[in-house]
Design a protein around this ligand. Structure first.
Ligand code: SAH
Ligand code: SF4
Length: 353
């Protein structure tokens, strides 16, 4: 199977050039097109001889992703439907503003899989299970597409689109290597967040990288019984094991984790849930990010504003560091968890967002 050009490191590009009868500097030229000018299409690399461009096109999928559709919300959030070479599609989101509007921050939210094997009941991404893992080059390809679209690099990168990235660890870690590598995109690892549903074997490998990538854990419940109402058994790990893996990450990466907590009315929004969550957060040096549920057409409801505020206050008063996620892009259906609803892969739902 053809590889994606965007999945290669600078050293691998040089090796490819050498192995294919090209001068070593050709590898560096190709690398500069990708890492500096965000251009993965050999036809556009106009300082390469036609023969080199042809060899690249024959050897690689380049580019390996392309934009099918874009959908912009009033707040500037833009969702892109991204087509892969086999006709599957994922989504990515370009989010302006971030945590400080003044600084014009830009965040990209990227996908790691087509579908998701976890299947959380409130999330649209896993409704049809896992279709396939993305290749590293398809993740880097989304990054390149975003950079070209925005005309610049993002300040932050979050792997919070479709899929459970830590279930696709090898390809995700290769993408992380390219995105943060000094010879490649050189993004600060602290500005790259991987979000996981608490997939413990992946968390352990992530901790073992001993890099300062940021880790977010989608906890959604402070006890296993409540959690079992939201996340199917198949890939759900006991909270105690998730906490052990979070502690390991803190030790190896030296970074605090964030607990993401999607608030669902009548399921996990009780005062006692907030109190238990505060205890866990404090014991494991975690920040808490409350995410008001975005409707995906199921039976779940978002709690009332006062309930959300009260939930936050309980955590805050207990001494936990807590924020409420600002809603972005709801009008374009780009908000979390709605990402697959309108994709071509789910035609039955098209237009419902
Ligand atoms: N699979 C990973 C990353 C992708 S999901 C994970 O679960 O962490 C990214 C975030 O979106 C998760 O915290 C998830 O709980 C949240 N999310 C999914 N569907 C949502 C919805 N309908 N409303 C609000 N948040 C949602
Ligand atoms: Fe998968 Fe994350 Fe959605 Fe759960 S919330 S189904 S883990 S993408």
């Amino acid at each position: 199977m053809k590889q994606c050009l965007a999945g290669l490191t600078r050293a691998e590009l040089r090796e490819w050039a050498a192995a294919n009868g090209e001068a070593a500097f050709r590898g560096s030229q190709i690398a500069d097109w990708m890492y500096r000018r965000f251009q993965p299409d050999p036809d556009e690399m106009n300082n390469l001889p036609a023969g080199t461009r042809r060899k690249l096109t024959e050897a690689f999928h380049a580019p390996c992703v392309q934009m099918l559709q874009s959908d912009c919300a009033a707040d500037g959030t833009e969702k892109l439907l991204v087509e892969l070479t086999d006709g599957e599609a994922v989504e990515m989101v370009l989010i302006p503003g971030g945590d400080d509007e003044e600084k014009q921050r830009l965040t990209f939210c990227l996908s790691t899989q087509v579908g998701c094997p976890v299947g959380c009941l409130f999330c649209a991404s896993g409704r049809n299970g896992l279709i396939r893992n993305l290749k590293a080059g398809e993740m880097v390809g989304q990054f390149l597409l975003g950079c070209r679209r925005a005309g610049r690099r993002p300040d932050n990168l979050v792997f919070m689109g479709i899929g459970e990235g830590l279930f696709n660890f090898e390809e995700l870690s290769k993408a992380l290597q390219i995105l943060s590598g000094q010879e490649e995109f050189a993004m600060s690892p602290r500005r790259i967040t991987v979000s996981t549903s608490g997939f413990v074997p992946g968390m352990q490998k992530f901790a073992a990288l001993e890099k300062e990538f940021t880790l977010a854990i989608s906890l959604h419940a402070a006890d296993d019984e409540t959690r079992s109402k939201i996340i199917p058994d198949k890939l759900r790990y006991p909270i105690a094991e998730i906490m052990d893996a979070a502690d390991l990450y803190l030790e190896k990466a030296g970074r605090m984790v964030t607990f993401e907590y999607t608030l669902l009315e009548g399921i996990n929004d009780r005062q006692e849930d907030a109190a238990k969550l505060a205890k866990l957060a404090i014991a494991h040096h975690a920040k808490v990010n409350l995410i008001p549920y975005n409707s995906t057409g199921g039976e779940f409801r978002r709690p009332a504003k006062e309930v959300i505020r009260h939930f936050r206050d309980i955590l805050h008063n207990a001494g936990a560091h807590v924020t409420i996620r600002q809603e972005r892009g709801a009008k374009s259906s780009a908000a979390c968890g709605q990402l697959r609803l309108r994709s071509k892969a789910m035609p039955a739902l098209t237009g419902k967002g």
